[in-house]
Write a protein of this length. Sequence first.
Length: 155
Amino acid sequence: MFYIQFAALIPFYDTYGQNATCILLKDGSKEYFNGSIKAYMHAMLYELHLDPKAVNFWTSKIIGTKLNTPLIIDESMILLPVKFRKSVGKQDGCFGYVNYHCVECVQDHQLTLSNGEILPNLSRKSYIAKKQKDAKLLGYAYIDYKKQYEFMWKS
């Protein structure tokens, strides 16, 4: 899987009406995952030896909110939650993720990525701006947090 090379994770329904994930890579190409974004994210985090609950707990502690928080892998990979579709059912995921460092321009209901791809969405510009601010805060907090444990990596 291309865990670190993606610019966006976009939810969609496959031909059978099941949740699926479109993985938009930084070079503009697309891959597809037959499962929900949540399943993809959990697989990615476990592959990177990160606990999804611990990441969410730390993120919510830093930002002060628990719903729709950005997801941080490291300072170079922060994912913004963006609403891409209307949910059909109660447990249906309508949010995808966009790599914070790949966002070039934000408008109401539209994101432009650094590779030129335009992503239509259902999120307002003010919502994404708030998530970008939260992502920047998370990046700084992550760097400070990482400095506390640098002694473990030095030989």
